[in-house]
Design a protein around this ligand. Structure first.
Ligand SMILES: CC(C)(COP(=O)(O)OP(=O)(O)OC[C@H]1O[C@@H](n2cnc3c(N)ncnc32)[C@H](O)[C@@H]1OP(=O)(O)O)[C@@H](O)C(=O)NCCC(=O)NCCS
Length: 278
């Protein structure tokens, strides 16, 4: 029995290794030699490149291949989605659930995900059935692209290109998030978001659009209206008018002109422009 085990182990190990090598060789040949394989290889390379570009912690390809559940989830999803599109029953959902079990990321097989998606950390990400995700999108852990529970049909978000969705953000309903949007961590977004914006908070509000802060009144602070000064100017204009009429009457009555200090010397300089014009 002892000698049987001893002889079975190395032989079994060698044949196991041979099988792995054969499978790897077959997969390599498929990826290099068939058109679908080449397309698949290009997509997988793009998925890996997204991580290389956007995660400074990614040191090398072996680390990316083995340590990024977001990448594994994406590849599982591509398989589930292909089965879904071929109308295979049950299996796509099953693959999606295996994906969830292994990576903690739940993506409905019908969801459409663009190239260059990077799901960082991954745990707790949920992407609903009618979600559409553009190209080069980054999604952090805990993000939900979900429904509100009130809609049917298209009931999940449509995300544009180059969008970053912060950790724990909830995007609910059939909303449109424009290109180049940043969604703050922990936000709850239930309305459309214009392109090139930053949206934060609960409920999500747009705080930056096209690089400028939103919600700050567009006022020229050096020229604020001053109602008191304006009333004074008005009164002074009337006094000037009355004084000049009085001088005319004095002349008509043959009286000497008054020796008042001209009003502009007293107050007009203080009140500035707009007094003497009247
Ligand atoms: C939103 C975010 C992308 C920053 O975007 P930005 O366009 O550079 O915007 P700013 O940093 O200038 O912030 C704009 C305003 O929103 C506020 N803000 C930023 N992030 C916020 C958030 N998550 N929740 C609430 N308010 C937030 C800022 O305080 C600032 O407010 P102020 O104008 O009153 O000072 C960033 O704050 C964020 O949340 N990133 C997600 C990162 C993440 O999830 N990391 C997980 C790694 S594991």
């Amino acid at each position: 029995m002892k000698s049987g085990n001893a002889s079975a182990s190395p032989a079994g190990g060698a044949s196991g290794l041979l099988k792995v090598a054969l499978a790897a060789g077959a997969a390599y040949a498929y990826l290099r030699l068939t058109q679908t394989g080449r397309r698949l290889a290009a997509t997988m390379a793009r998925d890996m490149q997204a991580i290389r570009e956007r995660d400074p912690a990614a040191r090398n390809d072996l680390e990316i291949l083995t340590c990024y559940p977001g990448l594994h989830a994406l590849w599982f999803h591509r398989l589930a989605h292909a089965l879904w599109r071929r109308k295979v029953p049950v299996l796509p959902r099953f693959v999606s659930q295996v994906n969830r079990f292994l990576t903690g990321i739940e993506i409905h097989p019908a969801a459409t995900l663009g190239d260059g998606l990077f799901i960082d950390h991954g745990a707790g990400v949920v992407i609903g059935e009618t979600s559409e995700v553009g190209e080069n999108v980054t999604i952090y852990q805990g993000v939900t692209l979900g429904g509100t529970g009130k809609e049917t049909g298209k009931r999940h978000p449509t995300i544009g290109d180059n969008v970053v969705i912060g950790a724990g953000a909830l995007l609910l309903g059939s909303i449109k998030v424009g290109d180049n949007v940043k969604v703050g961590a922990g936000s709850v977004v239930i309305h459309d978001v214009p392109p090139n914006s930053t949206v934060v908070g609960n409920p999500g509000r747009t705080v930056i659009t096209d690089g400028a802060k939103v919600g700050i009144p567009d006022i020229d602070y050096t020229h604020l209206p001053d109602p008191v000064a304006e009333a004074m100017r008005c009164l002074v204009r009337r006094v000037i008018q009355l004084e000049s009429e009085l001088e005319e009457l004095r002349v008509i009555c043959g009286k000497a002109p008054s020796e008042r200090v001209p009003i502009n010397e007293e107050v007009c300089d203080l009140l500035g422009d707009g007094v003497e014009d009247a």
